[in-house]
Write a protein that binds this ligand. Structure first.
Ligand code: SAM
Length: 232
């Protein structure tokens, strides 16, 4: 069962909060989350193709992708997205197909549209994480992957108590501190065709995980990639 703190982030607050973060976001959260972002991009590039970045924010990780990947980005915050548009123009990122203001819980893309869906530091900021993951699975092609970097709350101990104590303040900043890995595991178990491929810690502080889910059909894709590599 969800606790109150699992459900009490609302989109209006999140949108307002990120409008305030937009001018200083890269300065505050650029370096600290860099290694997690690089790990997510490396995981996404193993599949490659057409990639959707959800909660793309200021587009801080867009230059990290290889030019062979076709990138689409969405975010609920127009001010964050404007920063991303400026970055794309300044750096001439011609592999970015488009950036749209859009809600992660209601993606306006067709089913099976993307080879990879990436969401970095996003799932703990959306009001309905499971509904959001359902959308990711829907727009993902068979054989594709969902790649997340996410804060994972402690199960017990001092950190668990601190996270519970800090939750009301964190909500005002636009995210949850309390979010158990169990929710991801439960989602994968109950979602037909999706399975957990990997979970590993990424810096900083050991509070974040890289999490990968695969959509049925993966074996075929890997085989295809291997065959291509062998031939080339
Ligand atoms: C912590 S920031 C992460 C930004 C970027 N991914 C990064 O690596 O720094 C969370 C982002 O998710 C966006 N976001 C929050 N809720 C969203 C929703 N329901 N739909 C789309 N984007 C959302 C916020 O506007 C913000 O840009």
């Amino acid at each position: 069962m969800n606790t109150l703190s699992d459900v009490d982030l609302d989109k209006q607050t999140v949108t307002k909060v990120y409008a305030r973060w937009a001018p200083v976001y890269d300065l505050v959260f650029g370096a600290v989350f860099e290694r997690g972002r690089h790990a997510a991009v490396a995981a996404a590039e193993r599949i490659g193709g057409r990639i959707l970045e959800v909660g793309v924010g200021t587009g801080i990780s867009l230059p990290n992708y290889s030019k062979d990947c076709r990138l689409c980005g969405i975010d609920i915050s127009a001010p964050m997205l404007r920063k991303a548009e400026e970055r794309v123009a300044e750096l001439g990122l011609t592999n970015v197909e488009g950036l749209w203001v859009m809600d992660a819980e209601q993606l306006s893309f067709d089913d099976n549209s993307f080879d990879v869906v990436v969401a970095q530091y996003v799932i703990t900021t959306v009001p309905n994480p499971e509904a959001t993951l359902d959308e990711f699975a829907r727009v993902l092609k068979p054989g594709g992957e969902i790649v997340l970097v996410s804060r994972v709350g402690a199960e017990a101990g001092l950190r668990r108590s601190l996270e519970h104590w800090f939750q009301p303040a964190a909500r005002k900043l636009g995210w949850r501190t309390e979010f158990s890995f169990e929710r991801y595991a439960r989602w994968a178990t109950r979602t037909a065709g999706m399975r957990l491929i990997e979970r590993r810690a990424v810096p900083p502080f050991g509070h974040f995980n890289l999490i990968r889910f695969g959509k049925e059909g993966e074996a075929r894709r890997i085989l295809k990639a291997r065959t291509k590599r062998a031939a080339g």
